[in-house]
Design a protein around this ligand. Sequence first.
Ligand code: MN
Length: 234
Amino acid sequence: MNLQDAATNYVFDPGPRVALPVAGTDLLFPVHRIYCVGRNYAAHAVEMGHDPNKEPPFFFQKNPDNLVVGGEFPYPPMSSDVHHEIEMVVALKSGGDSIAIERALDCVFGYGVGLDMTRRDLQGKAKEMGRPWEVGKAFEASAPCSPLVPASHIGHPAEGAIWLDVNGARRQTGDLNQLIWKVPEMISYLSSLFTLAAGDIIMSGTPAGVGAVNRGDVLHGHIDGVGELEVRVV
Ligand code: MN
């Protein structure tokens, strides 16, 4: 049976589809999967104790329902070291397998400002024990995101400041031109591993300066030409 055809036979109400708002409109972008790129800025790889010349970036995933649109980030349980990672979010309107780098930007609907919130203590323990990262990365509300801005309005940003302030103090700074895997490359690489689809989003990696958050902190992220994201830790 094709799972898509079973829409009237659910044993319980599946609830609303996870979606991100499109800035300046009442339109919604329905989310399929969330892929994340690890260590995609050299300075961040170095601050995490890795050599970007020896270890290329890599992928992990979050769950679509880990997304929250700005507002509040509830401090998660089982951690006392939750970090902010400001990242540009790439939202796909089409996908496929083995997408050529030259065609990859055709798949992009738009861009957003996101946070890859991370239970660093649990991620560190997982790394140490050779275990998967989900407990550190894919927890409730771990992916705050701004409304998306369509590429038809802003183009495809390849340079420009990306930064994060915590309570008004600058903590993370970088430039999109420092991405190791550029947006077309990350789409092409991903499509060699997975079948990409409309609704997939990619969190493109974080610049240096990651650090711990506390309840009451106000996180303000910015990407030139893309937008702003404000989140309060509660
Ligand atoms: Mn990240």
